[in-house]
Write a protein that binds this ligand. Structure first.
Ligand SMILES: [Zn+2]
Ligand SMILES: [Zn+2]
Length: 155
């Protein structure tokens, strides 16, 4: 088994909000959708899915920004960094923005989503690509494939 060296910590840009991770990542992702392009001010957003009971806000009070509906995006109230997402209907995981973590370097994206909206120059190196989101029934297999992928090489 890979040693993930848990727990992890992370923070927004200003450091007022700190988060902690105590469970291994389920899967890593890059999203090319135009919403993520705008919110991340980049070609795509990076995220790592953490089991909900392995994620905690350690300090500060994140506020909702971005989508205010059933899917909620959480931001630092001071520096406005987009930190994590609680996706609609999937409250068993939290989608943490990978670059909040103190050591994000081993969390290369395994799945990329919304390649239909991808900027022509954007390259993520992801193993699996989907034009929008993967079908719900695909997630279990993707999570298993990710576990095998991280075991097969030091990533
Ligand atoms: Zn902040
Ligand atoms: Zn997106």
């Amino acid at each position: 088994m890979r040693d993930w060296k848990l727990p992890w910590q992370g923070a927004c840009r200003c450091g007022q909000v700190r988060v902690g991770v105590s469970a291994p990542p389920m899967v890593t992702m890059a999203c090319h959708c135009t919403g993520c392009q705008r919110m991340s001010a980049s070609a795509f957003s990076l995220s790592v899915a953490i089991p909900a009971d392995g994620f905690a806000v350690l300090q500060g009070e994140p506020v909702i920004g971005g989508l205010h509906g059933p899917t909620r995006h959480f931001f630092c109230p001071h520096c406005m960094t987009w930190m994590f997402t609680r996706p609609e209907g999937m409250d068993w995981f939290v989608n943490l923005r990978t670059t909040m973590l103190d050591h994000p370097g081993r969390l290369a994206p395994f799945v990329e989503t919304y390649t239909s909206e991808k900027l022509p120059f954007a390259q993520t190196g992801a193993m699996h690509s989907f034009p929008t989101l993967p079908p719900l029934e695909a997630w279990e297999g993707l999570i298993q494939d990710y576990a095998a992928w991280v075991e097969s090489a030091e990533r």
